[in-house]
Design a protein around this ligand. Structure first.
Ligand SMILES: [Zn+2]
Length: 596
């Protein structure tokens, strides 16, 4: 008479699809017992057998068998005993050694003399089944991923959510107000004047940014390292990735692809421009006109009235080889030159509003043209997709049997689709960029000079960086050549043309002739050319006294409100040069310019 250890197991009581419950297993096994022998002990375990050494009752059964307290096993199926090779092997070895005299299930019986291959195979298949299950899970994940889903924890600015229709599907949604605050952070990065650490600091200290609170963490300021992760993470540009593959996601993008790319560029060159802690507003901005070296700055303390000292900042060629000059300009003089360049691209608020309204209306006309093109492109795309699915169904039905022909057609369609996607994307992005550039350009023309005069060193640097593509510094000649960005030049020219149109329609109130303020404005500058506008600005004294209306474009509109003029204003077509500038250049938004 054999003494049986009756072992039942169910991996998880909640899952009831494929496994019999332990009570059913018990009932079936007990029914076998009378014809076989006695049941020494019953084990009812509820644990997975995928991993070895995690089941206390299984261990106890093995101990009893080794101690001779039981000599056979009764179970519903061999895979109840083990689903990993280690414990499966242990059972098989005990059977070979004769410690286990019989393993009995309702459908099979193994004895020491038997071929134990079926037993080993059965546990092996169980192991394979565990692996299959894992692959199925991965496959499910990958399908979700193909559709643009994201299963992992959502990064800062986003939160995980459940799909309303199918709660089994996870979605990612914007986490306000963090989403908006982080967008501000991207704007700061786009100015090129800050590093991730500075942006993180400002978000935490000025805007009170705190990370999202979860059960175990959160509620803390943004760290520098996390900020760096954010500004290099393509998730924010609307992408997801899985096992090394990048896919367009379905979550809302925080930045456009172009903006993301621009920040990557800025981060790439950050080692050069953000390397030293900057006490000086304009270092790293200018190059020497004689030798091309960087312009560096020195801080001196000079005697002031009353026996005190005051700081004196001086800019000169770095002249590391001692071949150039050490003559330069004081910071006040550098600032005066920049301020004059700013004055030349400053447009009065009233005129700015009219010109911007004009330009946006004209762009809107273009966007209607573009939407027709866009619709055509979309139709072409749908056609290609239709062809693709027809090709697949022909292949599946066996109507097409030449594999190389199928592959070639498939590749051709994929190529067409990719080209069309790129085209529609470019078409959509371009208009969006033109509109954003127009708004940013006018905002700059309206506020930049004012903000520059009132700003701190950081703000001044930020504004100066946007003003020009290049600053060439001539120390001994005491002048700076400033290559003003084409977009700004064209925006000012456009404002001037709108102003002329207005003047032609309705003559302005009496004005003494020759008082039209054209000095220092672009009205008398060279005709438009491609690339930046290079002009020389001699430094002069800077201060509140030099802030006169006469220097601004559009003095003629003084005292009139935008509303009274808007009504009579016709749409002034933007010049080709302006359209080109709006299209080609990426003009970053200046943080805080929208709120005066
Ligand atoms: Zn030099």
């Amino acid at each position: 008479m054999l003494r049986y250890a009756l072992y039942t197991r169910k991996s998880d009581e909640r899952r009831e699809v494929t496994e019999k419950s332990t009570s059913e297993q018990l009932a079936e096994c007990r029914a076998l017992a009378p014809g076989l022998g006695t049941i020494a002990r019953e084990f009812v375990e509820s644990k997975s057998a995928k991993v070895p050494d995690v089941r206390p009752l299984f261990r106890e059964m093995i101990r009893q068998i080794k101690a001779g307290e039981a000599d056979a096993i009764l179970c519903w199926k061999v895979d109840r005993l083990a689903r990993n090779m280690k414990e499966g092997g242990e059972i098989a070895q005990l059977l070979i050694d004769g410690k286990i005299k019989e393993i009995r299930t309702p459908h099979a019986c193994y004895r020491p003399g038997d071929n134990i291959l079926p037993l080993v195979l059965e546990t092996a298949t169980s192991t394979q089944y565990s692996l299959d299950l894992k692959i199925n899970v991965v496959r499910g994940l990958s399908g979700h991923f193909e559709r643009g889903g994201w299963n992992a924890r959502a990064p800062q600015g986003y939160r995980n959510n459940r799909d309303l229709v199918n709660p089994k599907v996870g979605t990612v949604v914007a986490d306000e107000p963090r989403f908006t605050l982080l967008r501000k952070g991207w704007d700061m990065m786009l100015t090129g004047a800050y590093g991730p650490g500075q942006v993180a600091k400002m978000l935490s200290e000025v805007y009170g940014y705190r990370t999202r609170t979860t059960v175990s963490r959160g509620g803390t300021p943004l760290s520098r390292s996390y900020a760096y992760k954010i500004f290099t993470n393509p998730f924010y540009a609307g992408y997801t990735w899985y096992m090394g593959q990048l896919r367009p996601g379905v979550h809302p993008a925080m930045v456009t692809e172009a903006e993301f790319g621009r920040v990557q560029e800025i981060l790439g060159m950050s080692t050069v421009t953000h390397a030293h802690v900057r006490e000086f507003a304009y270092t790293g901005l200018m190059r020497c006109g004689h030798c091309g070296a960087q312009i560096t700055a020195e801080l001196h303390q000079v005697k002031a009235a009353g026996g005190t000292t005051k700081p004196y900042r001086f800019y000169r060629c770095a002249d590391s080889k001692g071949m150039c000059t050490k003559r330069g300009l004081s910071e006040a003089k550098v600032e005066a030159a920049i301020e004059r360049a700013l004055a030349s691209v400053t447009v009065e608020p009233e005129l700015c509003a009219i010109a911007q309204e004009n330009l946006l209306r004209s762009l809107k006309g273009r966007s209607e043209e573009a939407s027709v093109i866009y619709a055509q492109q979309n139709a072409a795309l749908a056609d290609v997709e239709g062809q693709q699915s027809r090709l697949v169904s022909m292949w599946l039905r066996g109507l097409l049997t030449d594999e190389s022909q199928y592959k070639a057609m498939e590749a051709k369609l994929a190529r067409e689709k990719r080209n069309l996607l790129l085209k529609t994307g470019a078409c959509r992005d371009e208009l969006e960029r033109m509109r954003a550039n127009a708004e940013a350009g006018f905002r700059y023309a309206e506020y930049a000079r004012q903000r520059f005069l009132a700003g701190d060193a950081k703000r001044k640097r930020e504004i100066a960086k946007v003003l020009a593509a290049e600053y060439t510094f001539f120390g001994p000649e005491r002048r700076i050549e400033i290559a003003v960005k084409p977009l700004l030049c064209e925006v000012v020219r456009y404002a001037q043309s709108v102003e002329q149109g207005l003047r032609a329609e309705e003559p302005p109130p009496d004005r003494p002739a020759g008082n039209t303020p054209t000095k220092n404005t672009l009205a008398e500058s060279k005709p438009a050319k491609s690339g930046s506008e290079l002009r020389t600005f001699e430094p002069q004294k800077v201060g509140p006294g030099s802030f006169e209306l006469g220097q601004k474009v559009g003095g003629v509109l003084c005292g009139r409100t935008a509303e009274t003029v808007l009504g009579i204003c016709c749409v002034q077509a933007p010049s080709l040069a302006l359209l080109e500038a709006l299209r080609s250049e990426f003009f970053p938004e200046i943080l805080g310019f929208q709120s005066s």
